[in-house]
Write a new protein. Sequence first.
Length: 420
Amino acid sequence: MVTYQKYVEFNNDKLPKKVKKIVICGLILRLVMLLIIAVVDGFQQEGFLSSTIHADDWRYVEGAEIFARNARNIFDFNAFTRAYALLEDWVGYSIAGKGLFSATPLWYFICCFVTYIFRSGWVVRIITACLGAVAMIYIYKFALYIYGRKTALLSVKLVAFLPYTVIFSCFAYKDHLMMTVMFYIFYKAAKFRRLKEISRSEIVMVALCAIMMMLLRSGFSVVILGVAFVIAADINLKRMNLKKTVYYGIIGAGVLVFVVAFWATIQFKLTHYTVDRRESVATNTISFLMISSVFDIYKLPFAYLFAAVSPVEPFCQTHTWYAVVANLNIIMCPIAVGSLFYAIQKKKDWNVYLGTMLLFVFTIVTSLNIFRHYYSLLPFLFIYFSEFHTKASGVKKITAYSISAAFALALVAFYGRKFL
């Protein structure tokens, strides 16, 4: 039951001044970082990982610039298809053959539209930096409804100021838009969970965000929408009656029909990601962390810790911005361990934790070592860590942070062994 005081607090969409300052500082930090990247552009790769067709962010922008130079107008689909085909990206043909939800072309369209209007691919990267700031707002509001102000505040600070989130926001990955629309949906689901009300305009916005997600990562988006339903429904068997059972049953049936309708697309995407994952770890020292069957479930905590600190590689040469992050990302160790400790801590909302954690586990299993796939889910780990840090006893904190220090030293020793 929500008290009147809590209702007023939750139903006020105005951000506190402290949160506004964090969001503004986070945005300024990203824009300054983008300026630094532009200044040293000749000394580093243009893309986060590389400047080749295998790097998604570079390919999005390069294809958009080719389109802007050759298109007769902004709706020239043939020019769009040819531009990306030159980079061995067959998105245009996939749209024609398999449809929009299978091709997931939204970010391609946005990149081409922006680059055609402004005649510069750097504008796309300014947009991703701004999306990082917008996502902070929805992450804060989601955490506020579920966990309270202290946890929400610490979570948004981590998103705003950690080196990985700052640097990665300056590159043209679609995951920034994915994070923004996903957390908008989760924010509205959490709001409905607490206040049991939602306006027509909010329903329209949720529907629009759901469509955008489907055009970004169609198969995974269905899973996300299922978790959002679990959060919004707030099903408690002790409080169920016939009316609620029918209501939730109808919505659940709708979600099931939605899954069945897009099952072919989901299956195709999961197969593609699994193959991509196997190729990415085939020659990697962490390949033993792959979870390929139920008998590998014991690897899950280790795979979780690896995914939480990825990308990480102390002492690697910093000729790419990926390498810069990989050198710095050892500071994620306390967050990784603290969020894992939260699994055994008493929780306010078990079904919220299980739903969101299953999203992360699902992504680990299907996309281990493809860091960009679980980047948009990292805020959940920040929230788990923040809840652990603000609520756990001193003994638990000392234990967790001692283990995180050992974890960090192990990584340093593992990657530093080449100097011995």
